[in-house]
Design a protein around this ligand. Sequence first.
Ligand SMILES: [Zn+2]
Length: 548
Amino acid sequence: MKLKFASVIILLAILASCNQKASDLQQAENTINATDMEKHVIALASDEFLGRQPFTEGEVKTVNYLRSVFENLGLEGANNGSYFQEVPMVEITFGSPEKLELKSPNGIVELELIKDYVFSTSHVKEQINIENSELVFAGYGIVAPEFNRNDYEGLDCKGKTVLVLVNDPGLMTQDPMIFNGNAMTYYGRWTYKYEEAARQGATGVLVIHDTKGAGYPWEVITNTADNKLFVQSEDGNLSNCELNGWITDEATSRLFEQCGLNFKELSEKALSSEFIPVSLNTMISLTMNNKLRYASSKNVLAMLKGTDLADECIVYTAHWDHFGVGPIMNGDSIYNGAADNGIPLASMLETAKAFTNLKQKPRRSVIFLAITAEETGLLGSKYYAEHPVMPVQKTVANLNYELFLPIGRMKDVTITGFGQSELDGYVEEAAKEQDRYIMADPFPENGMYYRSDHFSFAKMGVPSLFVKGWSDHREKGKEFATLKVNDYWATTYHKPSDEYDTATADLAGNVEDAKLFFKIGIKLAMENYYPKWSEGSEFKAIREKSMK
Ligand SMILES: [Zn+2]
């Protein structure tokens, strides 16, 4: 009898503490609200912030604003007490040769800058000199052990310049049995082609453009080919290939023909994992005279220290940068970037506020990282992922806020990179609590998973999430959501019209997303489990290696 009574008391005590925990979480979550969120959006997307461009007055205003929000929330600076992390960068303006003469076995092939090719380099050097580098066609230029594929097998790349096809064989064949079929893998991205060629020790790598494979016409490449911003690494980026670039499929066909090869036939052969690289028996020589400009920008980061697992962390990210003041469109020159990425940033600040309102602190530490230079190539996140304030093997997960539209509450939670990791299950659980359902990004062929800051974490092996309500409006349904999203891409994305209008904006859905991020983060921060990449994910092996 006594024992029973004691059990009941214990049970009641457990229930009470559970309830207390639940109500603690709930009241913390309830502090996320549209009024506070809107205050942040209005400030961040105001003309006063000048489009939040790195290296400008707009940067100073933005990073100071973010620091003061973090300070007022009582969060500590995450970089040894500082709220800032300097990100050293260098802008390289490429002085590429106007014309190229390639000596093939059957005579000279002439190529023209912009019309046929564009070159770049990440080597922080004023002059690049390449002499007699042998051209080799390396198919898709992919080394993917999980797909039993090595396009470089048997090829010694030293001193050579490889020509590689864009995209991956799955997307090109639409065969779901090859790679991930219509869903692009990272092996399809041009950035991967550059990285793999460098790992192989090649001198140069040229990606062969075709509109279908790249997903955009040649002009998109040539329009932005004059210069590029890079993170300054200790080795001056010398571990990368000396020469990077693109060549049109038309110029490639012409070149192959002169070499007695059939480009179309060889491209088809390259679909097979049995493909063997083919030398063009042709040399490339060139000089680039480049201009260098050094500049530094800031990531802004704050932390809520955990309790018994304080040396492990969850990292929330949202990029703060946008395009600043640029070409005038419809009488406006300020690229305010409200949806990209003012609202997501404000949402992260609201999630951060909820964490500071918890009575019971999370077991793991939680980092809030506002990132610079996303728009210029994920540079701030790349820098952070390579210089994290806690080691990557102690970084449990990354949750990234990117491109939120203020169009009201959504029934869906769209997961870009669906199936990549066990984090999908965390999203599903949190979505259910909100009476929402999860779905995969309907356009996986666009490779969006590889195009925002969470990807810099994925590349270091940290499971990372890119989610939001995007596809199914609670009252107005799917068609309305699709209409709004398509309208955004067509009229507003990366344009001065990406502004915040208090009269028409509805932040209720963004508030719900900020709460969703809170729920997911809480679960991760309260347990001691490390979510894993899925079987077949291109990031699984990287994680397993770093956790050893
Ligand atoms: Zn963005």
